[in-house]
Design a protein around this ligand. Structure first.
Ligand code: AMP
Length: 388
């Protein structure tokens, strides 16, 4: 290539197919990241202690070790030109060890921030996002003061390690608050005021190191027992609400110099206010619809952001409803034929051997020419699978 050639020379920080990418965590998010990366010609290393992990099954290399295993982390750094994480509760220290030796995105600092609800909410507030009222409960000594501050029904949520509605208890008075704190093991918590929710939705975006941001279409999320049940896209939200939520998410991503896919969950309240709930520094369950319904899916986008590539087109190709498949569906043996006889259904299973109630085993996307038809398809297929 001559020096005057217009052919783009990849900048040194652009990792091209052929490079090796690492992912901490071998669950379904790691699996779908690994699959996307391999489709694009990257090699993939997964670090996860479980010999049967969903991502380990599809990786080029599976390092079976604890996330804190220094030897395994060194090996990962040696093998990988870049590393990401599939869950936010990976020890930040492990990411720091990796970051001293190879590219890591999102940064250990941001992952650590998202591990603690207090820091996460304070950060959202700093970037101008409204949150539900909350009071920190560092220990049992804070309970009386916290109840006096909130003085209304609320949710006591553990600051760390809560997910899918776990680690939170509804409280209505000081007695139930004290009981809830004991039930949660006296760990540091947030006491959060209950807010009147009209709709729940999420903004999934990606930002690369060059500062480019791409938004996926917003997903309207329906939960059951605190676990995501269905995502509906396009979300049934006024455009002004969607635009404001995108702006909030943009301020967070840009303010944190975030690199990678970021999911921000919001509540639209009955009075029209938009409230930040939480964020996940990774691809998100509410972004699984992108696998079949967008030009670029959230896992390819994670590869692109991690590798410093231009971000992919996030255009929605078709209305879609994503339905989560939890372990309950396996109690009677899933009737896949009732699902797969529909040409608009796309099934994704995560390769988990053991189905337990509440465990995310897979999901499917219902694609149809209209949102009504996609919803009808979702409801019909749910019934066929025995999902209430
Ligand atoms: P979270 O683990 O914070 O995402 O909460 C799980 C679910 O509980 C949310 O999806 C909401 O449906 C509900 N929830 C959480 N926080 C509040 C709140 N402050 N007020 C009312 N409902 C809430």
């Amino acid at each position: 290539m001559t020096s005057g050639s217009k052919t783009a020379v990849p900048p040194p920080d652009m990792l091209l197919p052929g490079a090796t990418l690492g992912v901490l965590g071998g669950g379904q998010l790691g699996r779908m990241f690994a699959l996307a990366a391999r489709v694009m010609g990257y090699r993939v290393v997964v670090l996860d202690p479980d010999p049967h992990s969903p991502a380990g099954q599809v990786a080029d290399v599976h390092l079976r070790a604890a996330y804190t295993d220094a030897v395994a982390l060194m090996r990962m750094a040696e093998l990988c030109q870049a590393v990401t994480t599939e869950f936010e509760n990976v020890p930040a220290r492990s990411l720091e060890i990796l970051a001293r030796r190879t590219r890591v995105a999102p940064s250990p600092h941001v992952v650590e921030l998202a591990q603690d609800r207090l820091h996460e909410k304070a950060c959202a507030g700093e970037f101008g996002c409204e949150t539900a009222p909350y009071v920190n409960v560092e220990d049992a000594g804070d309970l009386v003061h916290a109840w006096a501050r909130l003085a209304g029904p609320g949710l006591l949520k553990t600051r760390r390690l809560g997910y899918d509605g776990k680690g939170q208890v509804r409280v209505v008075d000081l007695d139930t608050l004290v009981e809830a704190h004991a039930a949660l093991g006296h760990v540091p918590c947030l006491l959060e005021g209950l807010v009147p929710i009209e709709r729940e939705f999420s903004v999934v975006l990606a930002r690369n190191a060059q500062g480019e941001i791409a938004f996926f279409p917003l997903a309207e999320n329906l939960h059951r027992n605190g676990i995501l049940d269905m995502s509906i896209v396009p979300a049934r939200l006024p455009e002004a609400v969607a635009a404001e939520a995108r702006q909030m998410a943009r301020r967070i991503a840009a303010g944190l110099h975030y690199v990678g896919v970021l999911a921000v969950e919001f509540f639209l309240l009955t009075d029209g206010r938009i409230v930040f709930n939480e964020m996940a520094p990774r691809p998100h369950n509410s972004g699984h619809y992108t696998l079949d319904a967008c030009v670029t899916d959230q896992f390819e986008q994670q590869v692109r952001a991690l590798c410093g590539l231009p971000l992919g087109d996030t255009r929605l190709l078709t209305p879609v409803v994503m339905v989560n498949l939890l372990g309950e569906v396996w109690t009677q043996g899933p009737r896949w034929e009732a699902l797969l006889r529909h040409p608009g259904v796309k099934l994704h299973l995560y390769g988990k051997a053991e189905a337990r109630p509440g465990r995310k085993m897979g999901h499917y996307n219902c694609l149809a020419p209209s949102l009504e038809a996609a919803l009808d398809l979702a409801l019909e297929t749910r019934r066929a699978l025995g999902i209430g």
